[in-house]
Design a protein around this ligand. Structure first.
Ligand code: PMP
Length: 423
């Protein structure tokens, strides 16, 4: 099949790495699900902004005002990218993990939280202070909706409730039925937050159309550099909550009381949760990535990625030792993320060999989704379980897996080399 379209230029494509077999090879980064390389366009935009660097929200000077405009325009660009509703807020954070912890800190008193055990730890763990119901791994999108509906039907119908769900799994790449889950949540008076860390880089995300209350994603998976993330969605819970961080920027007015204490009026806007000097370059880079992806067109990006997924699947279809991991079935719709085990191989050794002998970077381990990976591997939760690369005893089944992931910048050659190496 012909290549669907050219990959978008990204940084690092010409980095060469030494091989243990001798010589050097152009590095094939096939670990986009962990961090995607920044788009060349994002880097160029950041470089073009650099001379205008100034503090935001505080300075009267020209460069401060320019930086403030860039920062606030970035907020608008992200709101457009996510197709937010009127009145929604876009809060800049450090990452998806930070965004979900922010929301967890903003939950109303007595909030019940419903979360599938299959979630990434960033969406599984922040709800420690709430009443959490963990839902068993579903084996089809339909079962996911039915499981959620059953759990919500049993809930205290008067208190606030939140469902947290991922849009695309960081382990299997499978797409989750977000619109249906949102409808189920709302039918039972609950709200829903979408973990779009893996979805947003690969698919258009419309807050309005999916009818989710919040969405969280990370810049470094969306072809922007590290250090910036987004939480976008309904303003009410965010406005009513205590600030995530206390400090300058979040406070509108601070006064000394006659009894010697201090009174604080906090901002009602997104600034309420952005105390301190914000990561302006990070926000600007995220906005630049949003624009670049929109201009490239998600139809084209999705078509190219599906072409690459098919290349991997077809290239390894006749290798019986390779078992791909999936909850919803091998043919379920997915983004460019595939995890697998190779019979007779320790996954960590396999991944190390891909790097050392072929210059291919993949990830091995449990992918910060321990319960999901154990369910997929059928391994015993008691036997092991550190994040990282546990060793399987000789002759035992794999205790961890290998993940290959790609996206907008991936050339055909990287995927072809991967298939050849695995074979
Ligand atoms: N959710 C999902 C589905 C992810 O894949 C990741 C990152 N692997 C996260 C959340 C957390 O993202 P970050 O590390 O950028 O906070």
């Amino acid at each position: 099949a012909p290549s669907v379209c050219a990959p978008l230029p990204v940084l690092g494509r010409d980095v060469t790495v030494p091989l243990v077999t001798g010589g050097e090879v152009a590095y094939a980064a096939l670990d986009y699900a962990a961090s995607a390389p920044a788009l060349q366009r994002v880097w160029d935009d950041v470089a073009a902004y650099a001379p205008y660097y100034g503090s935001v929200h505080r300075g009267a000077g020209y460069l401060s005002q320019l930086s403030t405009d860039l920062f606030e325009n970035a907020r608008r660009t992200v709101a457009e990218f996510l197709d937010c509703r009127d009145g929604d807020q876009v809060v800049f954070t450090r990452s998806t993990t930070d965004s979900l912890n922010l929301l967890a800190a903003a939950l109303p008193a007595g909030c019940q939280v419903f979360v599938f055990e299959t979630e990434h730890h960033a969406s599984l763990l922040p709800w420690r202070d709430a009443r959490v119901t963990y839902l068993d791994a579903p084996r089809s999108p339909r079962q996911a909706v039915e499981t959620l509906e059953r759990a919500l039907a049993d809930r205290d119908p008067y208190g606030p409730a939140l469902v947290c769900v991922t849009g695309a799994s960081n382990v299997t790449g499978e797409l989750w039925p977000v619109r249906e889950l949102a409808a189920a949540a709302h039918a039972h008076g609950a709200r829903i937050v979408l973990d779009a860390a893996q979805l947003a880089p690969h698919h258009p995300v419309s807050v309005a159309d999916l009818d989710v209350d919040w969405v969280a994603f990370s810049g470094h998976k969306l072809y922007a550099p590290f250090g910036s993330g987004v939480l976008a969605g309904r303003a009410d819970w965010l406005r009513e909550a205590e600030p995530y961080l206390a400090g300058g920027g979040a406070s509108r007015k601070v006064t000394r009381r006659t009894d010697g204490g201090v009174d604080v009026e906090w901002h009602d806007s997104a600034a309420r949760h952005e105390a301190g000097s914000p990561n302006v370059i990070g926000a600007y880079a995220v906005a630049s990535a949003c624009k670049a992806l929109t201009e490239a067109g998600f139809d084209t990006l999705v078509a190219r990625e599906q072409y690459l997924v098919a290349k991997v699947r077809e290239g390894l279809a006749d290798v019986p030792q390779v078992r791909f991991l999936s909850l919803f079935g091998d043919d379920a719709p997915r983004v460019g993320v595939l995890s697998f085990v190779v019979e007779g191989w320790n996954s960590s050794h396999f991944a190390a060999a891909l790097s050392a002998e072929y210059g291919i970077g993949v990830r091995d381990g449990l992918f910060c989704a321990h319960p999901l990976v154990r369910t997929l591997l059928g391994s015993d939760p008691q036997t092991q379980g550190e994040c990282g690369s546990p060793e399987a005893a000789p002759g035992e089944k794999s205790l961890n897996a290998i993940r290959v992931s790609f996206g907008a910048g991936t050339p055909d050659e990287h995927v072809e080399r991967f298939v050849r190496a695995v074979r």
